[in-house]
Design a protein around this ligand. Structure first.
Ligand code: XLS
Ligand code: MG
Ligand code: MG
Length: 396
């Protein structure tokens, strides 16, 4: 790590709204075909290690920290008190809480299942997470409806399942309005997170765009409280341009929260750390977010690879992820301020020589030379990414 250089200090890292999920650091490397490669760790250790690195915010699922037996019972509040002490002692804040509605057997037919008991339990769990969120001082609550769908068609009426899902969200928003009032706090920002391919075979809200449509479908009683938590890889997975997905969320005023990671198109959710696969695309994403004033959290929702040790999670994986993010964020600032990018962009927007507006050939001819600037701008961004704009000496 020392030989790599280029590390930011914990003080610098804390200036960014970067959050570390409990589940990312505690991930043991297990999957359907993978045994764990790391031993279990608790939230006290995660919070302590995040503090040392300079990750200022912490996020969690309810069940990352509260076992099923303790949920909705007095015992959960004793755990919440322990979390509060750990956060206080280490100078961290909880920015986001989320309900696990995908792992336990109770969600086999989704949180919006036919059985009323399942939906009633889901509503209790969502309201409970909102209550825990207020107690921990969070501002955001996230919903990844991973199990909202099915493996086999026929039994499910999709319109009905979406209505029931909306009922659950509506109950959470109603509960939030009351709980926020009791706490004298603003209501939370409720953020939907889409993923296209798993864990169900067919998913009812597979993309951020589907969720935007759902928010404005008329089914939500408080659509103004509900926005998006897009995840970079979840958009890339289905073949989207993440930057375009984010742009659509920005235009709708719904980009509340952002899960940052990396990976490959048309693969499963490999959750690689930010910037390790697509640094140029990431630079583009951050140019968009910087130039449109996004000021929400950047949540490190990735998984340290199975080849990384328990020690490596905190000595290499998290600090390098944070530092790549900050470097890319600073480079995005360089791109926005770059005189060459600016001049080229201004020239493109000014358009070519005046031409008859009814004459396609003349308009195309007037802009032909100018359009070469598209490629020049792309080259300039690569130069900024690899540092070549500062001058680089090649030995021949
Ligand atoms: C899973 C999701 C999950 C959400 C929170 O793929 O990314 O971690 O962010 O439930
Ligand atoms: Mg996520
Ligand atoms: Mg993911």
């Amino acid at each position: 790590m020392t030989a790599c250089g280029g590390a930011y200090s914990p003080e610098t890292r804390r200036k960014y709204y970067i959050s570390g999920p409990q589940w990312a650091a505690a991930y043991q490397g297990q999957a359907l075909f993978h045994a764990p490669t790391r031993h279990a760790i608790d939230f006290e250790e995660v919070i302590r290690e995040y503090a040392k690195i300079g990750i200022g915010y912490w996020t969690t699922h309810d069940t990352d920290v509260i076992p099923y037996e303790a949920l909705l019972k007095d015992e959960q509040w004793r755990i919440v008190e322990r979390i509060k002490s750990a956060l206080r002692e280490n100078g961290l804040q909880c920015s986001m809480v989320t309900t696990e509605t995908f792992h336990h057997a109770v969600w086999a037919a989704s949180p919006a299942a036919e059985a009323p008991q399942v939906r009633e339990y889901a509503a209790l769990r969502l309201a409970n997470t909102v209550r825990i969120g207020h107690e921990l001082g969070a501002s955001f609550v996230v919903y990844w409806p991973g199990s909202l769908g099915y493996y086999v068609q026929g039994a499910i009426d999709e319109t009905q399942m979406l209505r029931w899902y909306a009922d659950g969200l509506n109950a959470a928003c109603e509960a939030d309005i009351q709980i926020a009032q009791q706490h004298g706090r603003p209501t939370l920002k409720h953020c939907l997170e889409a993923k296209p391919f798993e864990p169900q075979a067919e998913i009812l809200l597979p993309t951020s765009d589907a969720m935007l449509a759902f928010i404005s479908s008329g089914l939500l009683t408080h659509p103004e409280m509900v926005g998006l938590n897009p995840e970079y890889l979840h958009e890339l997975m289905w073949g989207a341009a993440p930057r375009a997905s984010l742009a659509r969320a920005l235009l709708a005023g719904k980009l509340f929260h952002f899960d940052i990671n990396d990976g490959y198109r048309l693969k499963h959710d490999v959750d690689i750390a930010v910037g390790l696969v697509n640094p140029l695309d990431w630079l583009n994403v951050l140019v968009l977010l910087r130039s449109h004033g996004y000021n929400g959290p950047f949540n490190l929702d990735y998984k340290p690879p199975r080849t990384t040790s328990n020690r490596g999670v905190f000595s290499v994986s998290f600090p390098t992820a944070v530092d790549r993010f900050i470097t890319l964020w600073e480079m995005a600032g360089d791109v926005i301020a770059d005189p060459i990018v600016q001049e080229a962009t201004d020239a493109l927007k000014a358009g070519g020589e005046p031409a008859d507006s009814r004459d396609a050939e003349a308009i195309a001819a007037a802009n032909r030379e100018l359009l070469t600037l598209h490629e020049l701008i792309a080259h300039r961004m690569v130069q900024i990414l690899i540092g070549a704009h500062r001058g680089r000496h090649y030995s021949v």
